[in-house]
Design a protein around this ligand. Sequence first.
Ligand code: NAD
Length: 252
Amino acid sequence: MELANKTIIITGASSGIGAAAASLFASEGADVVLGARRSTELQIVAEDIKRAGGRATFLAGDVRDAGYAAGLVEHAIASFGKLDGAFNNAGVVGDMIAVPEMRVENWTDVLAVNLTSAFLGARAQIPALRQRGGGSIVFTSSFVGFRNGGMPGMAAYAASKAGMIGLTQSLGSEHAAEGIRVNALLPGGTVTPAGGEGNPDVLNFIAGLHPMKRMASPKEIAHAALFLLSDRASFMTGSPMTVDGGMSVRLV
Ligand code: NAD
């Protein structure tokens, strides 16, 4: 029970990595607060957790909205009395297109969903964690935008995910003395709707980029998030942690 008696917010919990993390965290004793845009999907994940004996609640909304970030924290406190951590994981890839052809709206939107949401989440979560005398915040960054992660057509996504590492470093340093740890998780290619699930050609191409010659399952990434949110990671803050099948150390 790595997360016993901890209340954890998980965004992007309606599918992929977030849904796997929600189930895993609940099975490790956490009370989970699920966030994403679609209520119906969130309700299904929450019901599955409850059927397995866990405790879950959800609030649908848009992570680009500062009011939603605050609402998730209020919902956690109203439901479970406190907040101990957050897995700020919602994200989008956006249009895959070279920069000269990229719509300004695509750039702005990808930065808003991936990077500004991380800022808004942390901004709302830190005061609640401070009240508990500490806590853990994890952002889902990516191998894209990190070492050996240059992917043509993904400039907005890469910039947003690299920006999250800078945010992680600043927040990790700013709040370390308060017992609030902030880390970034950098998954490699993961079999999810955003990761090409259902499209064998895309999955084979992405798998082949990795030294391990395969993609991760959402559960493998969820286990790494579990570690960062648990007290086992008690001396880790400000870190970009790769869980990428060797992608960031490949030579070619
Ligand atoms: P996914 O599409 O299965 O899940 C994305 C989640 O984010 C969904 O729950 C969706 O509802 C939510 N979301 C998207 N936009 C939102 C918004 N504006 N407001 C609220 N919720 C919103 O994809 P996934 O692969 O599980 O992605 C999870 C995270 O992992 C993302 O940040 C993604 O960039 C990152 N990531 C994925 C991979 C991969 O290969 N799948 C690799 C590295 C990083």
